[in-house]
Design a protein around this ligand. Structure first.
Ligand SMILES: C[C@@]1(CC(=O)O)C2=NC(=C\c3[nH]c(c(CCC(=O)O)c3CC(=O)O)Cc3[nH]c(c(CC(=O)O)c3CCC(=O)O)/C=C3\N/C(=C\2)[C@@H](CCC(=O)O)[C@]3(C)CC(=O)O)/[C@H]1CCC(=O)O
Ligand SMILES: NC(=O)c1ccc[n+]([C@@H]2O[C@H](COP(=O)([O-])OP(=O)(O)OC[C@H]3O[C@@H](n4cnc5c(N)ncnc54)[C@H](O)[C@@H]3O)[C@@H](O)[C@H]2O)c1
Length: 226
């Protein structure tokens, strides 16, 4: 497989998960983090998923998979097949192909129209790692390495850059000029200053780069820590 990476907006979109065991629990965790409306079809749920169903964080259809149940949820935009029964997983895949819904069958990469990467997040920064299905264990190891490398300062850096971007775009300069400015800011020492929580230095560096009429105070000041 030579996958194409995308970052999908799942907010309030329905996602179906077939099966309610260990793999389902892992996928449901990240789906809820992305704001998806999760519906699980499974005769059993593990304890953690059952707790989520009890507090209505997910909808549980207590049944074995059947295509008719899928029709009752035809507004689903993704489907995860996570049962421990190969024949059921194949039926889930076929049902998805017939309805043109992208699907992921946990233990059968050949039956996946998409695969799930290992992910780290720091605020709005998201780094996804895939081995194209060659080695999930390696994807996990690289994710763990990246977690050491990209600490909380990257959440703050991403937030500040987002605020500055709005201010700079409002100046109405050309895209090339803006690009130079953004590159200079990300290459400056503000990341180190943010890591040390040295707000004054961040502002000082930004003032030395930004046009005089762009005031960095508000972008940096809005930080929850300040
Ligand atoms: C990244 C991650 C995301 C997630 O699932 O959330 C993910 N698997 C993770 C962990 C993991 N999975 C497995 C192990 C045990 C060690 C091992 O077998 O290597 C470990 C490691 C562990 O947990 O230690 C078992 C396994 N997984 C697949 C197979 C079938 C096969 O390879 O044929 C088997 C054998 C089953 C068996 O033996 O019966 C298949 C897939 N797993 C994928 C994703 C897709 C490819 C991603 C890519 O590499 O691009 C793909 C193709 C489909 C899919 O599920 O999307 C998540 C790491 C999260 C994290 O920790 O950050
Ligand atoms: N992609 C991965 O990362 C990965 C990792 C480990 C295992 N796997 C594979 O994924 C599969 C599931 O693993 P698991 O550890 O979550 O298994 P599990 O036994 O914990 O869970 C299986 C779930 O499927 C449900 N189920 C069984 N028959 C069903 C049916 N007809 N309709 C609906 N639900 C049904 C069960 O009730 C149970 O909740 C296995 O085949 C395993 O080889 C994939």
């Amino acid at each position: 497989m030579k996958p194409y990476p995308v970052m999908m907006n799942l907010e309030q979109r329905k996602v179906l998960v077939i099966g309610g065991g260990r793999v389902a629990r892992r996928k449901v965790g990240s789906l809820l983090d992305s704001g998806a409306s999760v519906v699980i079809i499974s005769p059993e749920l593990d304890l953690e998923l059952r707790n989520l169903a009890d507090k209505a964080a997910i909808e549980w259809v207590r049944a074995e998979f059947d295509e008719s149940l899928m029709d009752a949820h035809s507004d689903a935009i993704l489907v995860f097949g996570t049962t421990d029964n190969r024949e059921v997983n194949v039926r889930v895949y076929r049902a998805c192909v017939a309805r043109k819904i992208p699907c992921n069958i946990a233990d059968v990469p050949d039956l996946c129209t998409f695969i799930v990467p290992a992910v780290i997040t720091q605020g709005d920064l998201m780094i996804a790692v895939s081995t194209g299905g060659s080695s999930p264990a390696l994807a996990r190891k690289i994710r763990e390495d990246l977690e050491q490398r990209f600490g909380p300062e990257y959440a703050e850096m991403t937030r500040v850059m987002g605020e500055l971007r709005k201010l700079i775009l409002a100046e109405g300069k050309s895209s090339d000029q803006n690009k130079l400015l953004f590159t200079e800011i990300v290459d400056s020492g503000i990341l180190d200053a943010l890591k040390e929580n040295d707000r004054d230095r961040v502002i000082q560096i930004l003032r030395s780069i930004l046009p005089t009429d762009v005031n960095p105070e508000s972008a940096v000041k809005n930080s929850p820590e300040n």
